[in-house]
Design a protein around this ligand. Structure first.
Ligand code: SF4
Length: 326
């Protein structure tokens, strides 16, 4: 199966991204043909006013992709803006997408509201689901790992593929949604840097402890002797996300429901597990910080491989649309 996904270079990755990336790594290691990119043009759709450190953020994101476990031998890791064919396909697709359809994208109005301090009433922002469709269709993706709130965009990509195919012949596949599980923020709301409820991947145990220890637990556990329900507790979700070993999970579940374990002890187990998981990532981040050439080589090689596939796709698209190719 061909799989494609990308992230915007908006700053440091947090543990919510880590869960997403682990899903990508699983897809990569399951023998799929995987393409993972840095969506720097997408960053511009809302952040075009501040580009002072965009290239640095782009390389930082690739460094963190590699540190977490994306493997350039198995996956094509590239930067969107280096593959000009994305812009070409975006332009061609934009010819067949009704304007009203874009205005009805739920996240469009929501983001206009949320980011009302920024001037994003732009063609680029309205058209970003078409750019997203171009990214996906370019690589013949059978599946795209997305969170539930992005699923609507993928539906639009399928619609665009169908419309293109019906106008010009069968060129594009309709990609399936591969739903990615989501982790809530440490305060139980949607995880977002603007809420201050995230934990950066490249932080340290002291900082993590400061965030985890005050996390709200099941309100039924007012006293240590009150039994609780792990499923009502966000700390439990973190245990699941950080793969606390099964026997330990069973022990915590029993301890919580029978009030034989306190929330502080429960959180300490979680912290131990987070440390185990994050320490090797920190080591790799440090390695790549001191070996920037390694990161650059990965990008150059990934760009080359992505460009080859993109050029193949564009040949087919242009031929289907009867565009001159010389
Ligand atoms: S024991 Fe653990 S799972 Fe149960 S309420 Fe406390 S922190 Fe949550």
């Amino acid at each position: 199966m061909h799989v494609l996904s990308g992230m915007r270079p908006t700053g440091k990755l947090h543990i919510g991204h880590l869960i997403v990336l682990e899903n990508w790594i699983k897809l990569q290691n399951d023998g799929n043909k995987t393409f993972f990119f840095v969506a720097d043009w997408h960053m511009l759709t809302t952040g075009y006013e501040n580009v002072s450190n965009l290239s640095e953020l782009t390389t930082t994101l690739v460094r963190e992709y590699l540190a977490v476990g994306l493997d350039p031998k198995k996956s094509v890791i590239f930067v969107q803006s280096a593959i000009k064919e994305h812009a070409e396909l975006y332009l061609l697709l934009s010819m067949i997408v009704p304007l009203g359809r874009l205005e009805r994208v739920p996240t469009y109005k929501e983001q206009l509201r949320e980011l009302k301090g920024r001037n994003i009433s732009t063609l680029g922002f309205l058209g970003y689901p078409v750019l997203q469709a171009a990214d996906i269709l370019m690589y013949n993706a059978d599946g795209v790992p997305v969170s539930e709130d992005q699923a609507f965009h993928l539906e639009l990509t399928r619609e665009i593929a169908r419309r293109f195919n019906s106008l010009y012949g069968q060129i594009f596949k309709e990609p399936k949604t591969l739903l990615t599980p989501k982790l809530l923020g440490t305060d139980g709301r949607k995880m977002s840097k603007s809420y201050g409820n995230t934990i950066n991947i490249d932080t340290n145990m002291k900082e993590i402890e400061k965030t985890v220890m005050p996390m709200k637990t099941d309100p039924a556990r007012k006293r240590r002797t009150d039994p609780g329900t792990p499923e009502k507790c966000n700390v439990w979700n973190y245990h699941l996300a950080f793969e606390t070993p099964k026997e330990k999970l069973d022990e915590i579940h029993y301890g919580c429901t029978h009030a034989t374990i306190g929330c502080v002890d429960c959180k300490r187990v979680l912290l131990g597990n987070m440390k185990k998981r994050l320490e090797p990532i920190w080591e790799r981040i440090e390695y790549f910080k001191t070996h920037p050439k390694d990161v650059e080589d990965v990008i150059l090689e990934g760009n080359k491989r992505a460009r080859n596939t993109a050029q193949e796709t564009m040949k087919k698209v242009k031929s289907a649309m009867n565009l001159v190719q010389y």
